[in-house]
Design a protein around this ligand. Structure first.
Ligand SMILES: Cc1cc2nc3c(=O)[nH]c(=O)nc-3n(C[C@H](O)[C@H](O)[C@H](O)COP(=O)(O)O)c2cc1C
Length: 434
């Protein structure tokens, strides 16, 4: 079977994305602070040069409300990734960019306006990771005591999507005239109010932004619960999933495709990108030693703090060594993620999960030589399905991506699974459809 693998780079605009403490690195090798724009320009150019389709920014609007997150820099501080995009777009010609924005906290008009403006600035290279937020700490920054319940957040997000799509389509294709002879800018009959009035939102419109190259951002989503999958099937163009083994990957792909079809959309057009955190070195021993060194730096309290934030629960209050199923956790954050762990191993404990939460385990086939990791990535797509990998750094990001591009990318190219053509004028939607 001939397969094609696409690569995307996973980041947050923070000191370290998912591999906690990955900001710890020999000082003399650090060229730019993570908060500086040059750090990001180096990452974006590296990804583009290495054939990646996308630089993806996860994001949250809370953090820093517990001691470990500040002490160890656990996704804290987190700056606003939208502010980076114009600079990065000017430094690149092909790379797509995806930003995470929450339907729970952004008003739909503001979000539609910002993303349409960014679609212009990037010449059609912007994507949106639709989230409805997962942590109470975020709610408390917006005058709420806690987040609305899990499924209600998705119900509200459904209505949000209806509003923003109407705004993005509030201009007819031929509304802009720029008629110099008669001094007519646009045809007012071809620009429409949306007059939306729903359960949660009331928006008049039209959107005061010119129709952008893609019309609306390319839409990503990463919910894995039942309700999250239903939402993805209704709205998303690409779903991010966690690769918990080829059987689960296959079931996930099939389930989301079935739901997409039931939602009246083309199931074959839906893309699936799996999170992956490789660590590549000259020899497998070297890679495993390096991996163990990084993992040893991570105290369990730091790992639990990240999980607590994602699951919206204070996990330090629970027995770490009991099967997590017996703890009756009321997870209101990334519910589907916990369900995935339990499906993979019914006896799994919090300590087991903390051991390699969102990062590769010590014996992971993602840790090894470039050839071993390339074989494994090909195997995952061949057996589990999907379209590619969201590559998360396991150490200081500019160097991590530079190393991946120098080692893993050529191995994937040698196997004929990674494209090497250049199409600078493509939109992100066109690029993802290839
Ligand atoms: C790979 C991945 C990346 C995610 N990135 C973010 C993010 O950046 N910000 C956020 O608020 N939620 C993020 N989430 C959470 C999801 O958007 C979703 O809200 C959460 O998983 C709860 O939905 P679920 O119960 O349907 O899984 C991510 C989830 C996954 C699996």
């Amino acid at each position: 079977m001939s397969i094609s693998i696409r690569l995307t780079g996973f980041m947050l605009y923070c000191p370290a994305p998912h591999m906690i403490m990955s900001w710890v690195y020999p000082k003399e090798k650090i060229r730019h602070q993570w908060s500086d724009v040059e750090y990001w320009a180096e990452i974006a150019s590296t990804l583009e040069g290495g054939g990646f389709d996308l630089l993806f920014f996860a994001d949250g609007l809370g953090g820093g409300n517990n001691a470990p997150s500040a002490k160890y820099g656990i996704q804290f501080p987190t700056h606003d990734p939208l502010t980076l995009i114009p600079y990065l777009a000017a430094k690149t010609t092909e790379l797509g960019f995806a930003v995470t924005m929450s339907t729970t906290f952004y008003p739909p008009y503001l979000l539609a306006r910002k993303l349409a403006s960014l679609d212009h600035i990037t010449k059609g290279r912007i994507g949106w990771n639709i989230v409805c937020s997962i942590a109470s700490g975020e709610a408390r920054n917006f005058g709420m005591e806690r987040l609305p319940p899990h499924d209600e957040r998705y119900d509200r997000a459904d209505e949000f999507m209806e509003v923003v799509q109407k705004l993005w389509h509030s201009w007819d294709d031929d509304a802009l005239l720029m008629d110099m002879e008669h001094g007519i800018f646009a045809d007012p009959d071809k620009i429409h109010t949306i007059d939306f009035s729903g359960k949660w939102f009331k928006v008049q419109g039209p959107l005061a932004v010119l129709p952008s190259p893609q019309r609306y951002p390319y839409l990503f989503q990463a919910g894995s619960s039942d309700r999250g999958r239903a939402f993805a099937a209704q709205h998303a163009e690409c779903v991010f999933g966690i690769a918990n083994g080829t059987k689960q990957m296959g079931e996930f792909v099939q389930d989301v495709r079935d739901r997409t079809e039931r939602a009246g959309r083309d199931p074959a057009a839906m893309k699936f990108i799996w999170s992956a955190q490789p660590l590549v070195a000259e020899t497998e021993v070297e890679a495993r030693t390096r991996h163990a060194e990084i993992r040893e730096r991570i105290p369990i309290e730091a790992q639990l703090a990240l999980m607590s934030a994602h699951w919206n629960l204070d996990l330090t209050r629970y027995d770490l060594d009991k099967p997590v199923q017996d703890l009756n956790l009321d997870v209101q954050g990334t519910k589907g993620m916990l369900e995935g762990y339990v499906r993979g191993n019914p006896d799994i404990t919090l300590r087991d999960i903390a051991g390699n939460y969102l990062s590769s385990s010590d014996n992971s086939p993602m840790v090894g030589t470039a050839s071993q990791v390339a074989d494994y990535l090909v195997y995952l797509i061949e057996e589990g399905g999907g379209d590619g990998f969201q590559i998360t750094p396991s150490y200081y990001a500019p160097d991590f991506y530079r190393d991946i591009v120098a080692t893993l990318v050529p191995e994937l190219r040698r196997r004929g699974v990674l494209r090497s053509d250049h199409e600078p004028s493509m939109t992100l939607r066109e690029r993802m459809a290839r």
